[in-house]
Design a protein around this ligand. Sequence first.
Ligand SMILES: [Zn+2]
Length: 82
Amino acid sequence: MAKNILVDGKMRKVIKEVKESCDRCHKEVIGLITDYGNKGYYRRNAMWGEFMSPDENVLCDECMHNDPRYKQQFPFANRRLW
Ligand SMILES: [Zn+2]
C-alpha cells in the first residue's frame, strides 16, 4: 500500500492500516501507521501511557480525548497534536 495522507499540512507516508481494539470502550478502530506516527488511536508509550490505566495499552481517539488527565494536559485542543 503506497499512499500518502495530509497531516497538519504535511504529506506523510502511510506504512500500513491496522485494526486495533480500544482497551477502554472495546470498540474496534481502524488506524493508520505512518512514517510520522499512529493515526486514529493511541498506543501506550512514555507520553500517552500517562493517560492510560495500567491495564490499558490502546485507546481510541474518543476515549483519549474524554480522559480527564488528557483534558487537563491539553485544555485548548481536544484532538491529537500533530
Ligand atoms: Zn475507546
